[in-house]
Design a protein around this ligand. Structure first.
Ligand code: ATP
Length: 487
């Protein structure tokens, strides 16, 4: 375990050193649970987002994508239930003033007990917690914390306040100070932008049920337990798809998307053995079935994606609050009655994955420290990011062996030929071995070296990141070779 913790710390340091992720506003000592993506991180994140977008909107002819605004009419959040219900039970330690999410505090205790070999106590505590959360029994949760003498990590005391609800939405004002201003929220999920546009998209796209609307974008939550790097952030990005179906068919589509989404995650390089389903014990107010697809992160099994059967709750709520009819006319024939299905409020199955969390899974799988003994007996090592080729930020590094003898000019010719098709990187400084190591560290799958032989026979050396093997190929074939591997 200690080792795994070290690997996670090494991954965080690596993300910073190689331009993947920086702490937000680092020069001002940072802002908790907010991160910036650097030159390589932004490209990797875009590549992941593009894969998701393609898999949803291009590979499914009944799913279209939209891009709704972050700001929405404040009634949206009243209708969705977020103003009244989007809160977590919290507890404060009176000595340190540190605030905890109750479930995280108890889960942390259970994990400690497990590590100490008290498996039974850990399991019993989690079972008790789940039951108390499901019953909204806050006094019971406080008692569970006190009975187990759970302590604050800072003060090391068990001097706790009552358990209270804390809304996770950020709010701000719209309108200038002189005008009458109104409180609006930074959206805590992208889904509502889809629901309020249901009719717009259905009508203008002439969409027939079942169909889906997909969207990627920023969401904001005032998370109290801001920890585990980009796993839990206050500003993050979601990739959500709402699939509108006939009432009564939601369970069939729920099963369908449950399977499809796990398959897609596997297609992104996540091994099946590191993914599992976790059914929700306590269903959200809008759901009739819900599960998480969990991933085995370096710090344990955690939610990566949610699949929720949201019933007709959201559309009905928006209909009620907006006083606009939100229905679908289905002229297909219902075989059991022989009549058209007619007007109804569609049911919804949602798939919702955190882009940043998926980024973290991909990085934690990609990060490898390798050590080996060379032929001359000397030890060698490298750190390599084995990011799947199709999403690697840079596909090809083009490296003239020397900065003379016309080698840079030939290299730039290759660069010009390839850069229209995929992201390339040109570098002429430092010894070639050093340049290969830098490319390994940012996860570039192919390096091509232009040397004097290139001038004689038009061949170059291509080096493969994962195996470090090298071969000579014709320079004119490099572009096709890389394109073949990306596909
Ligand atoms: P958690 O239980 O971890 O707080 P959640 O159940 O509240 O997550 P959902 O509301 O289902 O999450 O959001 C869908 C997805 O959005 C999650 O599966 C996760 O990948 C991502 N997500 C949610 N909150 C955050 C966050 N604070 N930082 C990064 N990603 C997040």
């Amino acid at each position: 375990m200690a080792n795994e913790t070290n690997i996670f710390a090494a991954l965080i340091a690596h993300c910073k050193e190689y331009g993947y992720i920086f702490q937000s506003s680092e020069i001002y000592d940072g802002l908790a649970a907010v991160y910036d993506y650097g030159q390589n991180g932004a490209q990797l994140k875009k590549n992941i987002r593009d894969e998701w977008w393609k898999s949803m909107t291009q590979l499914n002819d009944n799913i279209v994508g939209i891009d709704a605004a972050i700001f929405m009419h404040p009634t949206t959040w009243k209708a969705s239930g977020h103003v009244d219900n989007f809160s977590d039970p919290m507890i404060d330690n009176k000595d340190s003033n540190k605030r905890y999410r109750v479930d995280h505090l108890i889960e942390g205790f259970a994990e400690e007990q497990k590590a100490m070999g008290n498996e039974q106590l850990a399991n019993d505590t989690i079972t008790a917690m789940d039951a108390l959360l499901a019953a909204n029994d806050y006094a019971g949760l406080k008692k569970l914390i006190e009975d187990n003498k759970i302590k604050c990590a800072l003060s090391k005391t068990s001097n706790w306040t009552e358990v209270r609800e804390f809304n996770l939405m950020f709010s701000t004002q719209i309108g200038s100070v002189a005008e009458e201003s109104e409180t609006i929220y930074l959206r805590p999920e992208t889904a509502q932008g889809i629901f309020v546009n249901f009719l717009n998209v259905q009508k203008t796209g002439r969409m027939k049920i079942p169909f889906g609307i997909a969207q990627t974008g920023k969401a904001f939550r005032n998370e109290i337990v801001a920890r585990q790097f980009i796993f839990r952030m206050r500003e993050f990005e979601q990739m959500e798809m709402q699939f509108f179906v006939r009432p009564g068919s939601q369970m069939q589509w729920y099963e369908y998307w449950k399977t499809e989404r796990k398959k897609w995650l596997e297609s992104m390089g996540l091994p099946a053995g590191k993914l599992r389903y976790h059914n929700h014990v306590k269903l959200a107010h809008y759901a009739d079935a819900a599960l998480d697809i969990e991933f085995e992160f370096p710090f344990g099994w955690k939610e990566l994606e949610g699949i929720h059967s949201r019933t007709d709750f959201d559309l009905k709520q928006h209909q009620e609050h907006s006083k606009k009819k939100i229905q679908y006319f289905d002229n297909d024939i219902d075989e059991s009655t022989g009549k058209a299905y007619g007007n109804y409020t569609p049911f919804v199955v949602e798939t919702s994955v955190g882009l940043d969390r998926l980024f973290l899974t991909i990085m934690s799988l990609a990060y490898v420290e390798e050590k080996w003994t060379k032929e001359d007996g000397a030890e060698d090592s490298r750190v390599v990011l084995k990011i799947p080729t199709k999403i690697a930020p840079t596909k090809l590094a083009i490296l003239p062996l020397l900065k003379k003898d016309n080698l840079p000019e030939i290299a730039k010719e290759l660069m010009d030929e390839c850069k229209q098709s995929f992201h390339c990187f040109y570098e002429e400084k430092d010894a070639i071995g050093k340049r290969y190591r830098r490319m390994d560290a940012i996860g570039t799958p192919f390096c091509v070296t232009i040397d004097h032989q290139t001038k004689e026979d038009g061949t170059v050396t291509i080096r493969y990141r994962d195996t470090m093997t090298q071969e000579r190929v014709k320079m004119s074939e490099v572009k096709g070779l890389v394109l073949g591997k990306i596909g």
